[in-house]
Ligand binder design. Sequence first.
Ligand code: PRP
Length: 191
Amino acid sequence: MIDETALTVLLTADQLRDRVRELAAEINTSYPTGRDPHLVTVLKGGFIFLADLVRALDRPVTIDFVSVASYGTGTRSSGVVTLATDFEIDITDRDVLIVEDIVDTGQTLSWLLDTFRARHPRSLRTVSLLDKRSRRTAEVDIEHVGFTIEDRFVVGYGLDYAEQFRHLPYVAVLDQTPQHPSERHTDSLRR
Ligand code: PRP
């Protein structure tokens, strides 16, 4: 376990709330009346952002969740991804908005975009709260970005380190990493 003294606040709860409102206004403008978006979030990190975003959108959106995993011993940053949990709602002819908490290498989003496109949505866009652009290894278009951040390990507001810190109402940089190998979580360390 790491305690919260290892964290340095990067984005306060107020900054997040204000930016989520701005993103919601942007998104509302890009979907005309009668074209309410269908929001698909990638578990688990996006759950808090999605919850705040749908309330800020204040229109009758629909939501769904997918989860992704990597094949064999690869990590998702290798781009070798599979859907661990598939859509519950068919996305054919829907205006799909992928909701991500963070885009890092872009490999997960790149794979998701290809996979979603193959299901023939009417339109397909992405919103990511955080964008760690300097780490990109796959070219991806993100229509709506909350904050572009430096290459630091961030936690909070849904993002974890070894399943810790998701509950925090702010985003923080984790400066300390645990020494014990059992506390290391491959997926999280990649972010
Ligand atoms: C994060 C995030 C993205 C992915 C981005 O998930 O939610 O799906 O990493 O990384 P990439 O751009 O390098 O592909 P994470 O692996 O932390 O899983 P979690 O959401 O379940 O915590």
